[in-house]
Every structure is written in structure tokens, then in C-alpha cells.
Design a protein around this ligand. Sequence first.
Ligand code: HEC
Ligand code: HEC
Ligand code: HEC
Ligand code: HEC
Length: 211
Amino acid sequence: MKTFKILLAATMGIAMIGAAGSAQAGVAGTKHDLTPLTTSPSTAQICVFCHTPHAASTAVGAPPVLWNRNASVTASFTLYSSPTMDNATSQPTGVSLGCLSCHDGATAYDSLVNTANATALTTPGSTMPVGVTNLGTSLANDHPISMTYGGLAGAEFVAAVSGKVGVLPLFGAGSDQVECASCHNPHDSTNGKFLRTSNNSSALCTTCHVK
Ligand code: HEC
Ligand code: HEC
Ligand code: HEC
Ligand code: HEC
């Protein structure tokens, strides 16, 4: 009996370590867990601010991942430009529009397609607070997005293989577009700032740029 108890305690210990580990890598407890901002946290769901299992948005620009946000990003964004850019940038597309549906500071957080289970925020319709996480509608001072990774002066960029540069995914029909989610994983903040890989020694940057 004693052995059983010790075994049980040991097993539970391992289970708890496992649970703590996965909680850290997931959305819960990160800045993308918006449930603390809702009027009824006990019924609110973590994923609902971005996803729904049924009747998801298929509006043009909505990321094709059971998207639950009204893709009413109507802003016209000021784009990054510089004399040395080879690529033309376009108005944000796909997954970047998904991010900007909160981070443009203009679209409401709780503008959801499927508002099951009371997901109103304490201040319904509120937008991203003004600050560094609010990119605004001018992307002129942000790393360019929504441009083609391929076709660049070869020696300056690490080659993409099967729609990825190292661990960084490219998006769009041709799996060749750099978007917000190339550098960020909205579900995992283990590296801080939802970065897909550590940026120590600028490792994130040199995954793509040969510099
Ligand atoms: C703040 C917005 C946001 C929240 C909250 C969120 N997601 Fe996502 N999710 C995204 C975006 C954007 C994408 C597409 C980009 C990507 O693939 O990382 C995505 C993609 C996905 C995908 C497909 C690609 C992949 O990474 O596997 C799955 C599955 C997914 N999410 C599940 C979930 C679940 C389950 C939750 C809740 C625990 C959740 N998401 C919470 C924004 C979010
Ligand atoms: C449902 C709204 C929503 C969506 C969609 C969303 N975010 Fe966020 N994001 C937030 C909020 C809220 C915060 C925290 C704001 C604050 O505290 O200033 C945040 C914070 C962040 C931060 C800062 C994290 C930190 O630890 O400081 C990053 C980076 C980020 N988001 C990137 C993204 C990217 C990239 C996407 C798309 C793949 C995305 N977000 C989609 C709402 C959203
Ligand atoms: C080329 C890579 C790259 C792309 C593309 C990118 N980001 Fe980031 N982003 C970063 C890095 C690196 C940081 C961390 C900067 C730091 O630690 O000061 C960051 C930080 C952030 C922050 C937190 C700002 C802060 O100081 O707390 C937000 C919010 C954010 N990004 C949102 C976005 C959104 C939205 C998009 C698309 C419109 C995007 N990012 C595209 C690399 C990128
Ligand atoms: C996913 C791949 C990728 C990552 C990661 C990435 N970049 Fe880029 N970056 C690009 C592409 C593609 C361009 C567009 C180059 C062009 O068209 O000339 C670009 C453009 C730039 C430019 C503008 C160049 C110009 O001519 O105006 C700078 C500066 C830059 N990146 C710096 C960074 C830094 C710093 C980081 C890390 C925080 C980073 N990049 C991460 C792919 C990436």
C-alpha cells in the first residue's frame, strides 16, 4: 500500500510537471489569453477570440484557420518603403490581416463572428490600448510584410525549403509570403513576444538574412 502511495505521488508529480510545461507553451496565461478581460471569465473561452469550430469567417483576407473574427479590417495601411527594397510590398494579406484585426488599434477585440458563451469584454467594443503593441495603421516603421520571399538576390537570403526558412513558415497560395506569423507564433510565448525562435544574437533575423 505504501509503495502504491509513493508510486501514485511520483506519477502525479510527473503529470503535474507535464501540465505546467504544456501550459507555458500554450495560449493560457500569455497576452493572447484575453479571458481576464471578459465580463464572465468562468464561462469565457481562450480560443474564441480567434477561432470557432463552426460557421467560421471565410471573408477575403481572413486566415483559413476557422477564423472567428469579423475581417472588417477596413483601414488602408501606409506601407514600408525604402530605396533599397527589391520587393514591392502590398496591402496586408491573409494571416497578417488577422493579426491587424486587433493590432491596428482600430478594430474591436470582441468583434466576433460567433459570440457563443458571453465573450463580451468588460468594455465591449474596446480596441487595442495605445502603446507599443498597437501598431496602428501605418506600417511604414515596421518590418515589411506581405511580400514574396523568393526571387530575391540569392546571396542575401537563406533559401526557403518547402515553404519554410528554417523554422519560419511562409504563407499564401504559393507558400512564399512573409507575414506577421512568419516571425511570431500567436500560441506560444516561450521565446518572449510570441517569437518563433529566440532572437539572441539576432538569430531570428539571420534565419532569413545573410548578414
Ligand atoms: C490571438 C489570436 C489567437 C488565439 C487566442 C488562438 N489562435 Fe490559433 N491561430 C491564430 C492565428 C493567427 C493562426 C494562423 C497562423 C499560424 O498558423 O500560427 C492560428 C492557427 C491555429 C491552428 C492551425 C495552425 C497551427 O498552428 O496548428 C490551430 C490548430 C489553432 N490555431 C488552434 C488554436 C487553439 C486550440 C486555441 C486556443 C487554445 C487558439 N488557436 C488560440 C490565432 C490565435
Ligand atoms: C484577438 C485580438 C488579437 C489578435 C487577433 C492578435 N493579437 Fe497579439 N495581442 C493582443 C493583445 C490584447 C495583446 C496584449 C496587449 C498589451 O498588453 O498591450 C497582444 C500582444 C501581442 C504581442 C506582445 C507580446 C508580449 O509578450 O509583449 C505580440 C508580439 C503579438 N500580440 C503579436 C501578434 C501576432 C503576430 C498576431 C497574429 C498572428 C496577433 N498578435 C494577433 C491581441 C491580439
Ligand atoms: C521579420 C520578423 C517580424 C515580422 C514580420 C513581424 N514582427 Fe513583430 N516583432 C518581431 C520581433 C523580433 C519583435 C521583438 C522586438 C523586441 O523584443 O523589442 C517583435 C515585437 C512585436 C510586438 C511587441 C512590441 C513590443 O515592443 O512589445 C508586437 C505587438 C508585434 N511584434 C506584432 C507584429 C505584427 C502585428 C506583425 C505583422 C503586421 C509583426 N509583428 C511582424 C519580429 C517581427
Ligand atoms: C522570414 C524571413 C525574414 C526574417 C525572419 C527577417 N527578415 Fe528582414 N526582410 C525579409 C525580406 C524578404 C525583406 C524584403 C527585402 C527586399 O525586398 O529587399 C526584408 C527586409 C528587411 C529590411 C529592409 C531592407 C530594405 O532594403 O529596406 C531590414 C532592415 C530587415 N529586413 C531587417 C530585419 C531584422 C533586423 C530582422 C530581425 C528582427 C529581420 N529582418 C527578420 C525577410 C526576413
